[in-house]
Design a protein around this ligand. Structure first.
Ligand code: AMP
Length: 219
């Protein structure tokens, strides 16, 4: 099963994708996480990508498409994948169609998580992530079970993303409206776009998505 999770910054794509990866055994592919790994390498490309990300703009399509195409060709993606943060532009959506066609793969579902702008700003402003494994938390809505310790990997180091600062958040919203929303009509016309209410609690959103994806198929 191949799925795209779409939604504005802060809509909970990463949180939901991690849960779906566990439940359905399909690989969570987050281009944002891949780029953060590139920036951590300190290479020339990494520095360039970092300055783009910190400002809330998009990394150029050619770099992004090449990176994603290589990733979905890896063996661990054969059982299916959930795309989180890709595609974000019309050329990326077209490139994805071509990549899938070339591999004789289809897109089963495109799920849009809808959340009000005011709630998104509130979520992003309180968000922090584990410095080691990237697990996402929120100062008010989703704290680690044990104060100061990551639920997933036990690390005690957390970071606030630079692109969650208000200036970058404003840019990311604008990018989403102008560059990402235009990919929706094509999925709607193909009858694979489903919308879930992202204002609901984390568990409830997971349930809505699971209703769409259906039962876990036996191994
Ligand atoms: P995310 O973690 O999905 O919020 O992505 C963080 C940042 O990574 C974005 O604001 C972009 O700068 C970059 N990025 C992630 N995915 C893409 C993409 N599909 N196309 C271009 N830039 C991306």
């Amino acid at each position: 099963m191949n799925v795209i999770l779409l939604g504005p910054p802060g809509s909970g794509k990463g949180t939901q994708a991690k849960r779906l990866e566990e439940r359905y055994g399909i690989r969570h592919l987050a281009t944002g996480d891949m780029f953060r790994a590139v920036t951590a390498s300190g290479s020339e490309l990494g520095l360039r990508v970092k300055s783009i990300m910190d400002s809330g703009q998009l990394v150029p399509d050619d770099i992004t498409i090449e990176m994603l195409a290589a990733r979905i060709g890896e063996p661990d993606c054969r059982g299916g994948f959930i795309l989180d943060g890709f595609p974000r532009t019309v050329p990326q959506a077209e490139a994805l169609d071509a990549m899938l066609a070339q591999r004789h793969l289809g897109l089963n579902h495109v799920i849009l998580i809808e959340v009000d702008d005011a709630a998104l700003i509130d979520r992003l402003s309180g968000r922090f992530t584990c410095a080691r494994c990237g697990a996402s938390y929120h100062e008010r809505y989703n704290r680690p079970r044990f104060e100061g310790v990551c639920d997933v990997c036990g690390s005690r180091e957390f970071i606030h993303r630079l692109d969650d600062r208000p200036e970058a958040v404003a840019a990311r919203f604008q990018v989403y409206r102008r560059q990402t929303e235009p990919i929706l009509p094509s999925y709607r016309e193909r009858g694979i776009l489903r919308v879930v209410d992202g204002m609901a609690g984390i568990d409830e959103v997971t349930q809505q998505i699971e209703m769409i994806l259906g039962p876990v198929s036996p191994a």
